[in-house]
Design a protein. Structure first.
Length: 115
C-alpha cells in the first residue's frame, strides 16, 4: 500500500511529465519507470505540501479557469484561505469532471475568467 505522501508524489510526477514531449515517445514500461523514479525523488526531497500547491496551481476547473487561486476568484470571488469546506469541495469536484459538476448557471459567461 502506498502512503498519502507516496500517492501525492506519484500524481505530481505524472502531472509534471504529462506535458513532456520526450516522455511521449518512449514505451509505457519506460514511462512508468521514470514516473516511479521521479516520485521517489519527490518523496525524499520535496515537501508534499509543495506538491499540492503545484498540482492545484495547474489544475483545470472548467470555464477556461486554471489554478486554485483563479478558481476561487471566478466561482466565489474569494481568496483560497477564505473558502468554506463546502466551497472547497465544489472546486475539488470540478477538477474531477468540470462539465458534470459545474454548479454555475450556463448563462454566466466564461469570458470573464481570469487569464
Amino acid at each position: 500500500m502506498f502512503s498519502v505522501k507516496n500517492n501525492v508524489a506519484r500524481y505530481t510526477a505524472e502531472f509534471c511529465l504529462a506535458n513532456n514531449d520526450q516522455i511521449k515517445t518512449i514505451t509505457t514500461t519506460e514511462r512508468r519507470f521514470i514516473i516511479i523514479a521521479t516520485a521517489r525523488y519527490i518523496v525524499k526531497h520535496i515537501d508534499y505540501k509543495d506538491c499540492y500547491n503545484y498540482f492545484f496551481s495547474k489544475c483545470y476547473f472548467g470555464r477556461n479557469v486554471f489554478g486554485l487561486k483563479n478558481a476561487c476568484k471566478f466561482y466565489f470571488n474569494k481568496n483560497s484561505t477564505d473558502l468554506t469546506e463546502a466551497e472547497f469541495t465544489k472546486l475539488c469536484l470540478l477538477i474531477m469532471n468540470p462539465a458534470k459538476y459545474d454548479f454555475l448557471p450556463s448563462s454566466i459567461d466564461s469570458d470573464k475568467a481570469p487569464p
